[in-house]
Design a protein around this ligand. Structure first.
Ligand SMILES: NC(=O)c1ccc[n+]([C@@H]2O[C@H](COP(=O)([O-])OP(=O)(O)OC[C@H]3O[C@@H](n4cnc5c(N)ncnc54)[C@H](OP(=O)(O)O)[C@@H]3O)[C@@H](O)[C@H]2O)c1
Length: 281
């Protein structure tokens, strides 16, 4: 770990500028904005890139490190010395296999690669992630696997914030007032569930890394008519924390019983709780 103590971060005391932040999904539509925002806030930013050709699109200030989240043996350089990890992975278009191997397996493999280190986590999933019966989840299982990745983060015991954004950039130009919702009750499966600008998602993810009041919180992120916020701690503070050792976000629907989960998922959760991981191949 570099010079910043994450314990201080949990108390909200450490300046963001001293953190080394790994962005997993850095070349994506949200990830590259996270890279920009973290650099803007003075972080040392490491961008995980699986396709070297895409590294050229990243800001010059980012450290580029190669790695593929589905190949654990490629991740040790990426996690070495980091204070925080922001996950903005997406396997869109890759169906159930991609959802399990990237959206879920990618988070699992990076958490495993961190080993015993205490690292701040910001995980982006999606609004409606607890909706299991809609056509999107039935076709892709993307909600289920993203929700399982949330469960792994909670089980890791690491300080975290889980952000479930609404529809990217469907906001009107006057919609920048941020609302943090809980219970994941907006499940129409279209932009009526909520909208938010990509750049504001990146801001929330990066601000969560240094905000004490953001710790152990899960919320949906949408925008309403009004100006953008300045004080992120004030936004995080009233959000309810997840109960300690909870699998799901506070107020989430209890519609994914652990006993019905695949054995491999239960094994991953048990290993994550115990910090006992299989050796990297
Ligand atoms: N669109 C919406 O309104 C909306 C709303 C809420 C949530 N979401 C969800 O948000 C997620 C991210 O969205 P986005 O627009 O940022 O996605 P995106 O532009 O497709 O970015 C996905 C990122 O994941 C990386 N990635 C994929 N597989 C990888 C692997 N095996 N190893 C390392 N990196 C890998 C991609 O790398 P490459 O560049 O190499 O492919 C890319 O950096 C999506 O899953 C989406 O479902 C979307």
């Amino acid at each position: 770990m570099s010079n910043t103590s994450i314990r201080k971060d949990q108390e909200g005391a450490a300046p963001v500028s001293s953190m080394t932040v790994l962005v997993v999904g850095a070349t994506g539509s949200i990830g590259h904005l996270v890279v920009e925002e973290a650099i803007r806030q003075g972080c040392i930013v490491r961008a995980l890139v699986r396709n070297p050709g895409k590294a050229r699109e990243l800001p010059a200030g980012a450290q580029v490190v190669g790695g593929d989240v589905t190949r654990p043996e490629t991740l040790s350089d990426a996690v070495n010395g980091v204070d925080a990890v922001v996950f903005t992975l997406g396997s869109d278009g890759a169906g159930k296999v991609g959802a399990e191997s990237v959206d879920y397996g990618g988070v699992r493999n990076v958490l495993r690669a961190l080993g015993e280190r205490t690292v701040r986590i910001a995980l982006m999933t999606a609004i409606g992630v607890t909706n299991r019966t809609g056509s999107y989840n039935r076709a892709t299982e993307a909600h289920d696997w993203k929700r399982r990745s949330e469960r792994l983060v909670r089980a890791s015991g690491l300080p975290y914030t889980i952000v479930r954004p609404g529809w990217f950039d469907y906001n009107r130009p006057d919609q920048h007032r941020l609302l943090f919702l809980q219970g994941d009750t907006h499940q129409a499966g279209d932009s009526s569930d909520g909208v938010v600008a990509r750049r504001q998602i990146a801001e929330v993810l990066v601000h969560s890394l240094i905000s004490g009041p953001a710790t152990r919180k899960t919320f949906e992120l949408v925008a309403a008519t009004g100006p953008a916020p300045n004080d992120f701690d004030a936004l995080f503070a009233p959000v309810e924390a997840d109960p300690p050792a909870a699998l799901d976000g506070v107020h989430d629907m209890p519609n994914m019983p652990l006993n019905d989960e695949p054995q491999r998922v239960r094994d991953d959760l048990n290993a994550m709780r115990a910090h006992k991981f299989p050796p990297t191949p």
